[in-house]
Design a protein around this ligand. Structure first.
Ligand code: SAM
Length: 176
C-alpha cells in the first residue's frame, strides 16, 4: 500500500470540507449529480456521497485501490494527474481533490489545477495540508504553495469558500 494512504483518519473519517460543502449547498445539489474524486485514496469521501444516495461515483488515483470501504463506484482510473485527465471538459458535477496537490511539483501545478477545473461542470472542492498538520512522516511533499493554487483557479469559477491558513477552497462554475 502507498505510504500516502496509511494515515488512519483518511480511511475512517470524512473530510470536514466535504461535510461543510454538503451542508451549505444542500439546496443546490441532488443525488443525480456525478462526482469525480481525484487522488481518491481509500475513497472515504466517495463513501460519504454513496451513503447519501449519490450513484454516479468516479475515482482516479495514481495507485490502484483495494477499495477497503467497498464503495460502489462506476469507474476507477489509474492515472498520474501531472498528465491531462482522461475526461472531456465539464464531465462531472462535483470534483473533489482532497490532500493530493501537496504531492505535485510546483512546475506542474498551474496545468494540473486548470485541468481539475476543466473537468468540473459545477463545483470543485480542493484542500491541501502542511506536513505538520497532517501528522505524517510522508516524505513526498513538494514545495507547493496553496495561495498559488488559489491564483490558478480559472476565471470562469467563483470561489465560494476560501481558507488560506487551513488550505481549503470550494469553487463554483459561473457560466453553464
Ligand atoms: C493523502 S492521500 C488523500 C486521499 C483522499 N483524497 C482522501 O482525502 O482521503 C493522497 C492520494 O493522492 C494520490 N496521488 C498522489 N499523487 C498523485 C498523482 N500525481 N496523480 C494521482 N494521484 C496522486 C495518492 O496515491 C493518494 O491516494
Amino acid at each position: 500500500m502507498n505510504r500516502m494512504m496509511q494515515v488512519p483518519h483518511l480511511r475512517n473519517h470524512y473530510s470536514n470540507l466535504v461535510m461543510q460543502f454538503l451542508k451549505e449547498q444542500v439546496e443546490n445539489i441532488n443525488t443525480d449529480m456525478s462526482i469525480l474524486d481525484i487522488g481518491c485514496g481509500h475513497m472515504r469521501n466517495l463513501k460519504l456521497f454513496e451513503l447519501l444516495g449519490f450513484k454516479e461515483l468516479h475515482a482516479l488515483d495514481i495507485d490502484p485501490t483495494d477499495n477497503p470501504l467497498d464503495v460502489k463506484y462506476k469507474t476507477f482510473t489509474q492515472h498520474n494527474i501531472i498528465n491531462r485527465l482522461p475526461y472531456k471538459d465539464k464531465s462531472f458535477d462535483i470534483v473533489l481533490c482532497n490532500y493530493v496537490l501537496m504531492f505535485i511539483e510546483p512546475e506542474y501545478m498551474q496545468e494540473v489545477v486548470a485541468d481539475i477545473f476543466r473537468v468540473s461542470r459545477n463545483y470543485v472542492i480542493l484542500e491541501t495540508a502542511r506536513r505538520k498538520d497532517f501528522n505524517t512522516k510522508t516524505t513526498n511533499y513538494t514545495n507547493y504553495n496553496f495561495e498559488e493554487i488559489v491564483r490558478f483557479v480559472p476565471t470562469d469559477f467563483e470561489i465560494i469558500k476560501q481558507r488560506n491558513y487551513r488550505e481549503k477552497l470550494i469553487a463554483r462554475r459561473l457560466y453553464g
